[in-house]
Design a binder for this molecule. Structure first.
Ligand code: F6P
Length: 359
């Protein structure tokens, strides 16, 4: 009998269900006796022993369904070694529940933080496979994460919609794109939607340069300008600060504005007199059905994970390398962030067609 645990942790995204379906189909097609346990709401389910036995039919018809059928929650890695309010040792509790169910392995779908805990459990001796999920595409060691492609489509569509309004009203529009501390989503959606200015956390912006880019368009007869701004974008004054000081500057900004885009909008109006509107699509970017590419990618990642389980290859992340799927040892990727290189070819090509990065 093969016993496999599944959990989805951190912010949800498209294609979590599609990936689990791939894993389960890959197993049930090749292994006779198998039990699949789904832990509810991420690591919380593993810590507190909340799980349910799942059957093949649970994974039927979920290829196109967004969200996750087993629920998710954020359980910060830095608190994993800190006992809970009742003094429970979370790591020990997770190990006990794993052993109580006599699991052969645990498949964990999640982003960066989730991966760090997955590696911790691997170091504690559990058989772990991590599958890279996030709309942010910031997981080191994989070219792509599932969820990213679908989110690019949504963010692109949002900016497309703003385009028609911006051109009718002759306004400056900021669309704030998710991505946490990295700019992959903003870069891709910004380019795909024809944004005029793209601001990324990896390329701190100079407000004067942003205003100059808007002025340049205006002076050339264009009535409107669209800025795709990453939620983690930072002005260049902050980039010079120590981490602690930067956090303080950010906290101070957040006392006055809901996010960096609103501060930028204020600064642009102050310097240029242009009317600026901010749109924040927010969690819409994580919602709905996975697009065709994410279904394709996640099905392959899931199927590959099933093969790893059958071969008893653990302590790995299943990654995308071009159109291939491969495995990467968890210790080689856990705790690392994949960021946009400011000299990335995409950035250079975008600049060559006149897109400003505010630098
Ligand atoms: O990591 C995915 C993500 O959507 C980020 O882009 C964003 O910064 C964050 O999660 C939002 O988290 P929450 O859903 O907890 O508000």
């Amino acid at each position: 009998m093969l016993r496999v645990g599944l959990l989805t942790s951190g912010g949800d995204c498209q294609a979590l269900n599609a990936t689990m379906r791939g894993v389960v189909k890959g197993l049930t097609n090749n292994v006779k006796d198998i039990e699949i346990y789904g832990f509810e709401d991420g690591y919380k389910g593993l810590i507190y022993g909340n799980y349910r036995l799942l059957t093949s039919s649970d994974f039927s018809g979920i290829l196109t369904r967004g969200g996750t059928i087993i629920g998710s929650s954020r359980q910060p890695f830095k608190l994993m070694r800190v006992p809970d309010a009742n003094g429970l040792d979370k790591v020990e509790a997770m190990k006990q529940n794993y052993h109580k169910l006599r699991l052969d392995c645990l498949v964990i779908l999640g982003g960066n933080g989730t991966q760090k805990t997955a590696n911790l459990l691997h170091e504690e001796g559990l058989n772990i496979i991590h599958l890279p999920k996030t709309i942010d595409n910031d997981i080191y060691g994989t070219d792509l994460t599932f969820g990213f492609h679908s989110a690019v489509d949504i963010a692109t569509n949002c900016i497309d919609c703003i385009h028609t309004t911006a051109s009718s009203h002759g306004r400056v529009f900021i669309v704030e794109v998710m991505g946490h501390k990295v700019g992959w989503l903003t870069l891709r959606a910004g380019l795909a939607s024809g944004a005029d200015v793209i601001l990324l956390p990896e390329i701190p912006y100079d407000t004067e340069k942003v205003c100059a880019a808007i002025d340049k368009r205006h002076n050339s007869g264009k009535k409107f300008t669209i800025l795709a701004v990453a939620e983690g974008a930072i002005p260049k004054e902050w980039a010079k600060l120590e981490k602690k000081e930067m956090k303080k500057a950010m906290a101070k900004m957040l006392e006055k504005y809901p996010s960096i885009s609103y501060k930028l909008a204020h600064d642009i109006t102050e310097k240029t007199g242009y009317e600026v509107r901010v749109t924040v699509p927010g969690h819409v970017q994580r919602g709905g059905s996975p697009d065709a590419f994410d279904r394709y990618l996640s099905t392959k990642i899931g199927a590959y994970a099933a093969q790893c389980i059958i071969k008893q290859q653990y302590g790995i992340m299943v990654a995308a390398a071009g159109d291939e799927i491969k495995k990467v040892p968890l210790e080689d990727c856990a705790g690392k962030l994949k960021m946009v290189d400011p000299h990335d070819q995409t950035v250079e090509l975008a600049k060559s067609i006149g897109i400003s990065f505010g630098d």
